[in-house]
Design a protein around this ligand. Structure first.
Ligand SMILES: Cc1cc2nc3c(=O)[nH]c(=O)nc-3n(C[C@H](O)[C@H](O)[C@H](O)COP(=O)(O)OP(=O)(O)OC[C@H]3O[C@@H](n4cnc5c(N)ncnc54)[C@H](O)[C@@H]3O)c2cc1C
Length: 490
């Protein structure tokens, strides 16, 4: 039985690993657009060995499935990641001060620690605590989907949070930290994440990858998939679905045309060769971004007309933005964790100098800063303006005063506008547009952080869980077909 997975992001890789772990007799092939695995959580090396990433990522304590997948793939969390030991720094504009958040060793303890945050007044903390007490039953009960029509701010205010809290950077980060999204987000999406964080709580520590994620996370997973008998075909872009009525028969692929290797498609979607390769399948998982699936639908009006896919073209997304700055001085001495609350569009910064093995002992660099945010609304800023603005904003944080332009050895702004690089957001009302993993086309399944899944909050863990869910659906279908066949034979 042959299963093809299109897309080698977290969802596609998780799906392949789950399929092969469960049934090693399956012929599982992943095909992906480029040569770099990891999707929007990917990284690549410059010719001189430095690492660039699509965007700074963090692995949170409740990422149970992702962490288990990494462990099965031989990734040693202790060496492959750097822990912030539950400590975060938030710059607050209203009192022009940097405040530390220090989360403790259990979910309840973390809540108490969160309330010790020095950036809020006693009255604000009391209101925030009241919100938790009033809102928690809803969260524990599962978070109703009707909350997708409510924005997170309104939900918090409605449950007792003082309005002044909403204006702080600490609160703003609740949507910007995970989503790089400056607008309102759905209360449903965020509260589902809060629920998962409480239920699957393992640690309050945020883990930062200790190197480029494609190298240290995703390639080891590929190696495990190959060891289990699966294959990965790079440079192969899905562009169509072949079916017989409502049963999937195959996928069509085209090779991307040669491109400038210095630009691994961060800004453009590559043109595809004219030649079409038809790949017959027993089942397939499309673990591609929503914009790519939207393109497949646009070329197949009958498929596009199915109610199950009606919302896909409506799924909106934003252009994520990253900026690497290699500085000759050690400009972040006091903060070995992420600092947020900086001026948009790059509100977060982390120094990877002490985190990445490749930089730790390299005397050329005093700091290897990685800023992250989203570009929408700031498209007109030149790279130089982006740099100057971000350094000026970070310089206000005590310990960051040395972030001068003169000390910058090199910098690179990573703008991501291609449909396969844009970042799905969770704005209020967006849930209705998301398709389910199981589609009306027998044998065709969807996976990704934009597909309905048990988390319903766009992040790597959701993608991994969605990929594993798609694998379970495929296995159930193949089992059912086998049972039908053996029933007929009997
Ligand atoms: C800047 C930024 C920061 C982020 N920070 C965090 C974070 O801190 N923590 C966190 O958990 N999440 C974070 N995320 C989100 C995380 O990256 C995504 O949730 C995750 O990558 C989604 O995985 P996926 O497999 O669903 O999709 P993707 O990662 O988008 O993977 C899709 C795959 O499909 C491939 N593809 C595209 N077109 C085709 C085609 N036509 N044919 C075949 N293959 C194709 C792509 O190359 C890719 O391999 C961040 C995202 C961004 C952009």
């Amino acid at each position: 039985m042959k299963v093809v997975i299109a897309g080698a992001g977290p969802a596609g890789l998780a799906a392949a690993e789950a399929l092969l772990s469960e049934d090693p007799t399956l012929k599982v092939e992943i095909r992906t657009l480029g040569h770099i695995v990891g999707g929007r959580a990917c990284s690549w090396r410059l010719p001189d060995g430095r690492t660039e990433e699509h965007g700074q990522h963090v692995v949170l304590g409740f990422y149970a499935e992702m962490r288990a997948l990494l462990a099965r793939s031989g990734v040693d969390e202790a060496t492959a990641t750097f822990s912030n030991r539950g400590r975060l720094i938030c710059w607050e504009d209203r009192d022009e001060a940097a405040h530390t958040m220090h989360f403790g060793s259990s979910s309840l303890r973390s809540l108490a620690d969160g309330l010790a945050y020095s950036g809020w007044t006693a009255a604000e903390k009391a209101g925030f605590a009241e919100m938790f007490v009033r809102g928690m039953p809803e969260v524990i009960a599962g978070v109703p989907e009707s909350l997708d029509d409510v924005c997170l701010t309104a939900w918090c205010l409605g449950h007792g949070m003082p309005a002044s809290c909403a204006a702080t950077n600490a609160f703003r980060a609740s949507r910007e930290a995970q989503l790089n999204w400056p607008g309102e987000i759905s209360a449903y999406a965020q509260l589902r994440a809060v629920r998962a964080a409480g239920r699957d709580y393992a640690t309050s520590e945020a883990l930062f990858p200790a190197g480029g994620m494609s190298e240290i996370f995703w390639e080891p997973i590929v190696a495990r998939i190959e060891a289990l008998g699966g294959t990965l075909r790079r440079w192969s872009a899905v562009d169509g679905v072949r079916r017989d009525g409502d049963t999937l028969r195959g996928l069509t692929f085209r090779a991307p045309l040669p491109h400038d290797p210095a630009h691994p498609w961060t800004n453009i979607y590559p043109p595809l060769a004219a030649e079409v390769e038809d790949v017959p399948v027993d089942a397939a998982i499309l673990a591609v971004p929503p914009g790519v699936f939207g393109g497949i639908l646009a070329a197949d009006p009958e498929l596009a007309g199915l109610a199950a896919f009606a919302g896909v073209p409506q799924i909106t997304s934003i252009a994520p933005l990253g900026m690497h700055v290699w500085h000759k001085n050690a400009v972040t001495v006091r903060h070995q964790t992420v600092v947020f609350g900086l001026l948009p569009p790059l509100a977060f910064v982390l120094d990877n100098k002490p985190i990445y093995a490749q930089y730790r002992d390299d005397d050329r660099y005093g700091a290897c800063l990685h800023f992250v945010g989203q570009e929408s609304g700031y498209e007109d800023l030149t790279d130089e303006e982006m740099l100057v603005r971000s350094l000026a904003s970070a310089r206000k944080v005590p310990g960051f005063e040395g972030m001068d332009r003169e000390g910058v050895l090199d910098f690179k702004v990573i703008r991501n506008r291609a449909p396969h690089k844009r970042y799905f957001n969770a704005e209020p009302g967006s849930l209705q547009f998301k398709p389910h993993c199981k589609t009306p086309i027998e044998g065709l399944f969807l996976a990704g952080d934009w597909v309905r899944n048990e988390l319903d909050f766009p992040c790597m863990e959701a993608a991994v869980r969605s990929g594993r869910q798609a694998a379970r659906e495929v296995l159930a279908l193949l089992d059912a077909r086998r049972a039908t066949r053996s029933g007929r034979a009997a």
